[in-house]
Design a protein around this ligand. Structure first.
Ligand code: ZN
Length: 191
């Protein structure tokens, strides 16, 4: 396994529409090794998720794993999940403001509105069908990662640019307020 280099904002690969994988390509040793590397890179960088275009491979694959994440202490844990060719369907029009960061956007956070309840359909890394629902902060994470497959970055979603902040100033001025809102979201939608 290997730690991959992460593309940062401005690199064109982050703006590509990623292409779907066929079952044959997914099952190839090269793709399976790539998925192992994607997971290892996400863990190494303490990400809550990582999408293939962020490591210079514009295919529709992303990894999500939240386990006591130090970058996002208020995020509920979510088991390691690989999504291949995912489709997200909103199950509500309700949104919340999610204070997001991104491994491809160093030292910046901002508030992006996200739908609070989604249906997720995808293949897992072995091509088996996944079909489940996610809510609240977890739904925010899924929307963030799947946006990367469509060439979108969270800063595109930020409505109030006054919410943009460095990580140090997030902790200094915004963390307490957002952690309180996050607790309310977790209480309402579950962890
Ligand atoms: Zn990201």
């Amino acid at each position: 396994m290997a730690i991959l280099k992460i593309a940062t904002l401005g690199h064109p690969v982050l703006r590509e529409i990623a292409r779907p994988l066929s079952r044959e390509e997914l099952s190839s040793p090269d793709t399976q090794r790539f998925i192992d590397d994607l997971i290892e890179t996400m863990i190494d960088a303490s990400g809550a998720g990582l999408a293939a275009p962020q490591v210079y491979r514009p295919v529709r694959v992303c990894a999500i794993w939240v386990k006591d994440n130090p970058r996002y202490p208020y995020k509920p844990n979510f088991p390691l999940t690989i999504l291949v060719n995912p489709e997200l369907t909103p199950l509500t029009t309700d949104t919340f403001l999610n204070y997001e960061g991104c491994l491809s956007v160093p030292n910046l956070r901002g508030e992006a509105p996200r739908v609070t309840h989604l249906r997720v359909r995808a293949w897992d890394r072995h091509g088996a069908d996944l079909d489940f629902e996610v809510k609240g902060l977890t739904a925010g994470t899924f929307q963030h990662e799947c946006d990367h497959l469509d060439g979108k970055v969270f800063v595109d979603r930020v409505v109030d640019t006054r919410s943009l902040t460095t990580w140090a100033d997030f902790e200094r001025y915004h963390l307490a307020g957002f952690a309180e809102r996050a607790r309310a979201i977790v209480a309402k939608y579950g962890a």
